[in-house]
Design a protein around this ligand. Sequence first.
Ligand code: ADP
Length: 646
Amino acid sequence: MTRDEFLRWATRFPDALMLVSGTGKIKACNAPLLTLLSRSEDVLLGRSLFDFTQSSADTVRASLRLWSASGQMVYGPAAFGVDATVKFRCEGAVVSPRDGSAPATLIVRLKRHEAAVERFVTLNGTIEKLSKEVHARRRSEELIRLQREWLHVTLSSIGDAVIAADIDGKVEFMNHAAEQLTGWQIDQARGQLMSDVFVIFNEFTGGVVENPVERVLRDGKIVALANHTVLRAKTGIEYPIEDSAAPIRDSEGTLIGVVLVFHDVSEKKKAHAALRESERRFRLWTELNVIATGVSDLVGTFLEANDALLTLLGYTREELEQGRVSWRELSPPEYRGRDDDAIAEARQRGACQPYEKEYIHKDGHRVPIIIGYALFSDPKRYQHQKSDELAICFVVNISERKRAEELLEKRVEERTSRLQVALGDLQAFSYTISHDLRAPLRSMQGYSQLLLEDYSASLSEEAREFLKKIVRSGEHLDTLIHDVLTYTRVSAVEQRAQRIDLNQLFTEMIERYPNFTAPDVRIEIAPNLPAVMGNEALLTQCFSNLIGNGIKFVAPGTNPEITLSGERRGTRVRVWVQDNGIGIHKADAARIFGIFERIHTSRQYEGTGIGLSIVRRAVERMGGEVGVESQPGSGSRFWIELPQAE
Ligand code: ADP
């Protein structure tokens, strides 16, 4: 395009235009451009765009390259201006491309930079706003989707049954719990009338109850279901239910449906009934007043008491209700520690072991009682309550029992002392008898002996035999008297238990008894016998009797062999006295411990039948037991069991 062509063409436009060469030289300018720049054409003609820019040369070159390649007006990156303050953005396009002979010619349009920027900023702002709106819309759509999902999951998984109906009262949604209770599946129920799906009636009258959905649709308010409502499921099964229905409104507040929430209360009803029954029984029991019961706090006040408890304490119901009956004050000070211990125990275990104490009756006398209580927590239940923890207690008046005990004790004491007197008399009597019997016996024996020794020659053989029999009978009677005396002494001796070393006891005992050390007798003592608790004198008596029997009851020609051994049995020690004697039949084993009980005649084996009864009496006095294991011909194993020494 030539300069003239340009000027003809450019006058038709209000835009500021100039014709420049491909290298940026200004070839022509139209009038709006000169006005815009406030410059005359001669100032501009022949000059280069590079002279009117603050942009770098590279940027200007980039603009020129861009325009040279574009048939349509496009903005270049460089800005131009006649001075530094006024900047113009330029768009350009090629009008005659470079054809080898002539360089390219460009048309450049100048636009005020500020205006462009402003428009750009406005446009950018609009775009940003729009994108924000789009973003927000997307977010809220996502949020709504999530909320729907959350609502669906929540409604499906909650324990309560939920049914939603539309404005026409037709089912739109029901969760799993609702399906189970109504017996309807959502696919069948959807679109059905709520009154067909949710069929309810009164538990007692059997009359139809107004469907809450209809009420909500009519009144637009939340409705709670009347008590004792029963739901009849499609299957015919009936459930007692509790429910409520609420309106669903859109964002403008218009009623668009109803949501019904309900649940099966069979279990709750059963639990309530059981609780009521247990409360009724408890009341009955309390009011029966067979036993005194009450509730107190742990600080000291009785908060509840039945008549039996009030009577026991001597207070009126008014005084109780005024908080004036204090178990602390009614407890004598010496029971304070015991009470505190029981409270500590109850805190640990829930209840305390019943224990004995006393209450001071209002009239001042002491009432012995047994009390037991369990703790529970019920803050602020009673007006005068001073601790959160409360105790429910029972109190048994044991005055009668105490009186009876005292009476019994007195009687026992009296009887014991009477018995002691009688026993003393008996002992004195047996001693006297024994001594008085012994004196004439001795003289009988003495004179018989005298006759045998000094008058033997003048006596016939038969007379001598008779005399010998008299002497032997006298000796037997003497042994008998001795044994009876021993038996009495064993009963009377003061029994003081002490630790007994059996090895020592046996060794000393054997040394003391001549017939235990006879040459044909063998007594073996096991080493390290466990120590026992017993009385030395009584034990010596017992074991000497058992060893003596072991030596005595052997078959003719047998040398006696005795073994003494022992073993621990729990907290006791069993001491064995084993012999190689003639043995005892099982049938006789129990009876031989009775007084005067003998299996053998005096002709076979000497004896009085008192020895083993002395053993049994002595062992029993030491808190032990005695027995025997034996078989005829195989020896006997007598045993004595006594408490083990520590
Ligand atoms: P005694 O020895 O004076 O006869 P005991 O009371 O000691 O009286 O014994 C009662 C009876 O038990 C004896 O007469 C005897 O028949 C039987 N007996 C006691 N110990 C033994 C024993 N070790 N072996 C066999 N029999 C015995």
